[in-house]
Design a protein. Structure first.
Length: 256
């Protein structure tokens, strides 16, 4: 049975839940004999870390004897599971990043703004999309822009660490943004934003700059939701479509 290591993020901003964390909770410690997968999960804070989160995560996957790593995040603009194929070595988000963080490279191992790509060959993305459509699941999206916040930062750090130690961190890696589930929709926050009485309180908590940008962002975007069961089903189709290998025997002796 192949082991799959899944990372997710905690809730952030106006969202009462994070769909990636909901998925991780459903899969934590679960073994699925029908697909021959066993899951290990780790939920991370939704922030820009001041340490090498990528190496830490890869080492955890190595110790768990994982045959694959799937990192999950949430984006309220997504309508279905969205595979991110590229990340940029820069931190940039108008709401969630501080002025000190905006414009800074994620790592000094690459030029600022450099693009890093995921090796998608083991994941057979064309077959994944076709299989989702055949199963009448929402058609997956493929994106080359992971944003500029913690999801992009995670990808940059993981891809950098994998390139530095390709033999040890051999396992295929992929990142996917998930839509909001019903529980994650920021409906309560949107109502508060429209409330004259609540506005001063929210503005005081967030600060004027973040308040204006967040309000504009949420009103401009049409948040959509996807059923949690459909997200889980899409994830299983992704794994079933992939060509995953067992842990190489020579690496077993390297484990602490």
């Amino acid at each position: 049975m192949k082991k799959v290591f899944i990372t997710s993020f905690s809730d952030f901003g106006p969202y009462p839940a994070n769909s990636s964390q909901q998925v991780a909770k459903c899969l934590a410690g679960r073994a699925d004999p029908s697909f021959s997968f066993e899951f290990r999960t780790e939920t991370l804070p939704a922030n820009i870390p001041h340490y090498d989160r990528g190496t830490q995560m890869l080492e955890m996957a190595f110790q768990h004897r994982a045959s694959a790593i799937i990192s999950l995040g949430m984006s309220s603009s997504k309508k279905s599971l969205c595979v991110e194929t590229k990340a940029r070595n820069v931190t940039n988000h108008p709401v969630y990043c501080s002025p000190q963080e905006n414009g800074r490279p994620v790592t000094n191992a690459h030029p600022s703004g450099a693009t890093l790509g995921i090796d998608t060959r083991p994941w057979n993305l064309e077959a994944f999309i076709s299989n989702c459509v055949a199963a009448r699941l929402p058609r997956p999206e493929i994106s080359s822009d992971a944003g500029g916040y913690c999801c992009n930062s995670m990808m940059v750090q993981v891809l950098t660490a994998k390139a530095q130690r390709p033999h040890r961190y051999w396992m295929p890696y992929i990142f996917a943004h998930l839509p909001c589930t019903r529980e994650a929709m920021p409906l309560g926050f949107l109502k508060l934003m429209k409330s004259g009485k609540a506005k001063p309180l929210i503005q005081n908590i967030l600060g004027n700059r973040a308040f204006l940008k967040l309000g504009s962002l949420l009103h401009r975007k049409k948040c959509v939701s996807m059923e949690l069961n459909d997200i889980l089903a899409s994830l299983f189709v992704l794994l079933r479509s992939a060509s995953l290998e067992d842990v190489p025997q020579e690496l077993e002796a390297l484990r602490a």
